[in-house]
Design a binder for this molecule. Structure first.
Ligand SMILES: O=c1ccn([C@H]2C[C@H](O)[C@@H](COP(=O)(O)OP(=O)(O)OP(=O)(O)O)O2)c(=O)[nH]1
Length: 162
């Protein structure tokens, strides 16, 4: 399974959702950017990496991976909407900062992408987000598998009038 296949799956899902909600002629970019920011916050929340005031442990691996791939959906979707692509995630290196700092790096990459809308900003966003995967110990395989599962759940939710 390569990343090109994930873009294809995302494109089909997006088309399905747009048809279902009669949104084919709407520009959804800003709403998808906001959705990605929200997903990133939900992911940070599950890791609890910034909660210096609490001793409660992070959520389990599975819950965190599920949150992570919601963000992947919106990153792929934004690439499709804007015509940019990332060709792979194999060579993303492990960030040397704290996890909470890497979340801030991703927030800033999202904002930069929103302002610049170019290939460089898109690649940076994708790679910094995959840097979070590295820090959380997720392999490319883990991400692809979990993406495929959630993609199917997303169809099911549309079918059941979610
Ligand atoms: O155009 C779209 C719109 C949504 N999604 C996907 C991305 C993500 O996997 C899911 C939305 O996130 P989530 O499942 O967290 O939805 P929610 O409505 O926020 O769920 P909940 O109410 O359970 O928090 O829908 C897309 O792929 N394309």
């Amino acid at each position: 399974m390569n990343i090109e296949k994930l873009y294809e799956m995302q494109e089909a899902l997006d088309r399905h959702i747009e048809e279902q909600h009669g949104l084919q002629s709407e520009n959804l970019i800003d709403r998808k950017v906001l959705a990605l920011l929200v997903e990133l916050g939900e992911l940070a929340n599950e890791t609890r990496c910034f909660k210096f005031w609490s001793l409660k442990p992070a959520s389990g691996h599975k819950v965190i991976l599920e949150e992570f791939v919601d963000g992947i959906h919106f990153i792929l979707s934004l690439g499709i909407e804007t015509g940019f692509r990332e060709s792979g995630f194999a060579d993303v290196s492990l960030p040397s900062c704290k996890l909470s700092d890497q979340f801030l790096v991703v927030y800033s990459a999202i904002d930069e992408f929103r302002k610049n809308r170019d290939q460089q900003a898109y690649s940076r966003l994708f790679r910094e987000y995959m840097g979070v995967a590295q820090m959380l110990g997720f392999s490319e395989d883990d991400v692809v598998k979990a993406y495929i599962e959630k993609n199917e759940v997303n169809y099911e939710r549309q079918r059941s009038g979610y």
